[in-house]
Write a protein that binds this ligand. Structure first.
Ligand code: FAD
Length: 417
């Protein structure tokens, strides 16, 4: 079958790889000069099925107000006239009940756990290298109140069967020795030993090469303008390089997916949630993290990626604006300098921003649509790197006519009615 994949982020590229393995003729289109140059470029590097949970949860509206008032705020909302933003925000609020949280989380965990298994298998099959580490992640509590407040999260982990360890200060230092230099800054942590880390950009680049070797055609520098359809479904994709046709079309355009689907009458509730990262060259490896340390106070993740430290965080609602805001960088600088003061040279860090394609319920939208030949793989939000391999595999199975290894309940656009 001929398949056109729109978007060569980590999601589109993963789908292309698995489809090529199944023997399909695949072309990937992207406006950038290479794969993973937008949101998949410099994320926080966590492959974290253990933290697969929607942002919308009980108590979040109150917490959000508190966060917005903090100096180094994890949440920034730019008041603006954008009906899509307010609709998305209201829908997110409606998902903040305990019942919705449990449903949404179970869907996310289903895909994330499967994805971690697919990633392991992919490593075993191909030897793909991307500064990966399988040493778990550590959520660090600066206050006793945070430590005690983790009880609810632990309950959820227990119910979902996710392995975890509650650690006191000394035990945290056993796993992250550099934290021994700043012992007074934290009281303990919650470790998820099953989580992994790695560079999403390196992964996607390497996977694209493997996909290409397996016959996939990547067409870069091509802007996708519209989908064309008749009564039998999609007939082509109008692009800056002309109109292209295939047997199946997969939209994997991250935050830019809804605009393409709107003219077809598909209302996809994906909104860009802006995040920031800095990448710090390591100057003293013994002062750097071993894996990911997630600072619970500022919601900032500090991850070891080879000879660099990636520091990522902030959720900012400000539409598609891509400006680099110095105040957001100050927060990231503050956290890494506070927890790993000797690890790297923060002044030499590169600064980046990306738009998380977020659904209000946290779960991505993958699989078939009501329009024949059109499929979606988007809305992966905070966890696109974590869920990429699993999404690739599931999409390839669906296109190939096989039943995916996980239940598709609640993962397709059908859940929005
Ligand atoms: C600060 C930050 C930290 C994060 N940390 C983590 C983490 O630790 N772990 C995790 O799992 N996830 C994390 N994420 C989320 C993760 O990065 C995303 O979910 C993931 O990258 C989304 O991948 P994607 O392929 O859907 O989108 P993208 O990578 O954005 O890919 C979409 C592609 O579509 C192309 N495109 C768009 N419009 C057009 C058009 N009109 N024509 C042609 N091409 C087009 C773009 O060029 C792009 O290449 C983080 C995100 C941010 C911002």
């Amino acid at each position: 079958m001929q398949v056109l994949i729109l978007g060569s982020g980590v999601i589109g590229t993963s789908i292309a790889y698995y489809l090529a393995q199944a023997g399909h003729q695949v072309t990937v289109l992207d406006r950038q000069p290479g794969p993973a140059l937008e949101t998949s470029f410099a994320n926080a590097g966590e492959v974290s099925p253990g933290y697969s949970a929607p942002w919308a949860g009980p108590g979040v509206p109150l917490k959000a107000i508190k966060w917005m008032l903090m100096q180094h705020s994890p949440l920034v909302v730019k008041p603006m006239f954008d009906p899509a933003m307010w609709r998305w925000g209201l829908s997110m609020l409606r998902n903040c009940t305990q019942a919705r949280y449990e449903v949404n989380k179970s869907r996310m965990v289903r895909l994330a756990e499967y994805s971690r298994d697919c990633l392991k298998q992919l490593r075993a099959d191909t030897g793909i290298a991307y500064d990966e580490r399988a040493q778990g992640t550590l959520q660090l509590f600066r206050t006793q109140q945070q430590f005690e407040g983790s009880g609810k999260d632990v309950e959820v982990l227990k119910t979902s069967g996710v392995p975890y360890q509650l650690l006191d200060r000394d035990e945290c230092v056993e796993y992250e020795p550099a934290l021994g230099r700043v012992r007074e800054k934290f009281v303990g942590g919650l470790r998820l030993p099953g989580d992994e880390t790695g560079d999403c950009f390196k992964f996607t680049q390497a996977l694209a090469k493997m996909a290409e070797a397996a016959g996939v055609t990547f067409r870069f520098g091509v802007t996708i303008e519209a989908l064309e359809r008749d009564a039998n479904g999609i007939t082509g994709v109008r692009t800056s390089a002309g109109t292209l046709s295939a047997d199946r079309y997969v939209v994997a355009l991250g935050s830019y997916s809804p605009a393409l689907l709107k003219p077809l009458g598909i209302a996809l509730p994906v909104y860009p949630v802006k995040g920031f990262s800095i990448t710090v060259p390591i100057t003293d490896a013994s002062g750097a993290p071993e894996s990911t340390v997630m600072d619970e106070t500022f919601k900032v993740a500090v991850t070891r990626l080879g000879d660099r430290i990636r520091v990522g965080g902030t959720a900012q609602l400000s539409g598609f604006d891509m400006a680099l805001d110095q105040r957001r960088r100050d927060t990231l600088d503050h956290v890494v300098s506070d927890l790993f003061p000797d690890g790297g040279d923060v002044r030499a860090a590169s600064f980046w921003t990306g738009l998380r394609p977020m659904t209000p319920d946290g779960t991505p939208v993958i699989g078939a649509t009501p329009v024949p030949k059109l499929m979606l793989a988007t809305g992966h939000g905070t966890l696109g790197w974590t869920m990429a391999a699993g999404t690739g595999r599931v999409m390839a199975d669906l296109i190939d006519g096989r039943v995916p290894a996980i239940d598709m309940e609640g993962l397709t656009i059908a859940r929005y009615g």
